[in-house]
Design a protein around this ligand. Structure first.
Ligand SMILES: Nc1ncnc2c1ncn2[C@@H]1O[C@H](COP(=O)(O)OP(=O)(O)OP(=O)(O)O)[C@@H](O)[C@H]1O
Ligand SMILES: [Mg+2]
Length: 259
């Protein structure tokens, strides 16, 4: 059981110590990491993924439930409680989607076959381009791959900690991602440039120059702002889908989407 992940301070890019004592993320908490390009967002979640012990470029240390994780937990992928999905995550195996999930379920000693179809069904909630169980994982698109891996991390991997690095630009439906944000008992960390996702997470870590600059907690105005942005986003999404389908934007369409 993971109740909390603690980040102990490391050094910023100039070698100065980060100015926080410790930062604990607890189960059920959704967190976003924001900050300019190159500010160290990916480096921070990579530290969590690696369960760093002062042995990465940032010199941070990560504790699980307040303790240094056992070596075995760090190095045995089957024991690792953390799943990280990035924009570049790909599957390099010549298997069908069903076989791929089956092997993972077997490795996790899950006997219930239903989980495989459930995982594909969940993945299809995240992506507009449906995945079939016969599709080979090597031919899945980027958006389909990430959708499948997120669903796999949630259901089969049952990872208590999920790290998502800028998946919003990856052809994944935002509403469904937001639903996971709101229903989770996991620790979900989004590295994001998307204001809606940043505003809907409970905690917001702001990065600068390779260091955690500050940590903010969501306030009531932000929740409201996120709702408004989400409405706007739906309208943009509607127009985007029309354009992708090769349609022209007409007066009638505008009046539907902006009604
Ligand atoms: N504390 C640090 N000490 C030394 N190097 C660091 C530190 N933090 C980040 N870096 C390095 O700086 C570079 C940029 O960091 P990173 O890739 O994490 O930025 P980012 O915020 O994810 O940027 P982007 O938005 O472009 O993805 C990387 O090479 C990373 O290893
Ligand atoms: Mg990055």
């Amino acid at each position: 059981m993971i109740e909390g992940i603690t980040i102990l301070p490391g050094l910023d890019k100039a070698g100065s110590k980060e100015r926080f004592e410790k930062l604990t993320l607890i189960a059920g908490e959704t967190v976003s990491i924001v900050g300019p390009t190159g500010s160290g967002k990916t480096a921070l979640i990579s530290d969590i993924e690696l369960l760093a012990q002062g042995d990465t470029s940032t010199k941070r240390r990560i504790l699980i439930n307040g303790e240094v994780p056992a070596e075995e937990v760090r190095y045995n992928p089957a024991l690792k409680p953390i799943a990280m999905i990035t924009q570049n995550t790909k599957c390099f195996t010549d298997l069908s989607t069903e076989e791929f999930l089956h092997i993972h379920a077997k490795a996790r000693k899950i006997v219930d076959k239903k989980i495989i179809l459930d995982t594909i069904e969940l993945a299809n909630k995240f992506t507009g381009e449906k995945i079939n169980k016969e599709t080979r994982v090597t031919v899945l698109s980027g958006g389909q791959t990430r959708s499948l891996l997120i669903a796999d991390a949630i259901l089969i991997g049952a990872a208590p900690v999920i790290l998502l690095d800028e998946i919003e630009n990856a052809g994944i439906f935002k509403q469904e991602v937001i639903d996971i944000i709101q229903s989770t008992s996991k620790i979900i960390i989004f590295v994001t440039h998307d204001p809606v996702i940043a505003l809907l997470t409970k905690k917001r870590i702001i990065m600068e120059n390779g260091a955690v600059k500050k940590v903010l907690c969501q306030n009531e105005f932000e929740t409201k702002a996120a709702e408004n942005l989400l409405e706007l986003d739906k309208r943009v999404g509607f127009i985007r889908e029309e354009l992708r389908a090769g349609n022209e934007i007409t007066k009638e369409l505008i009046s539907v989407s902006f009604a």
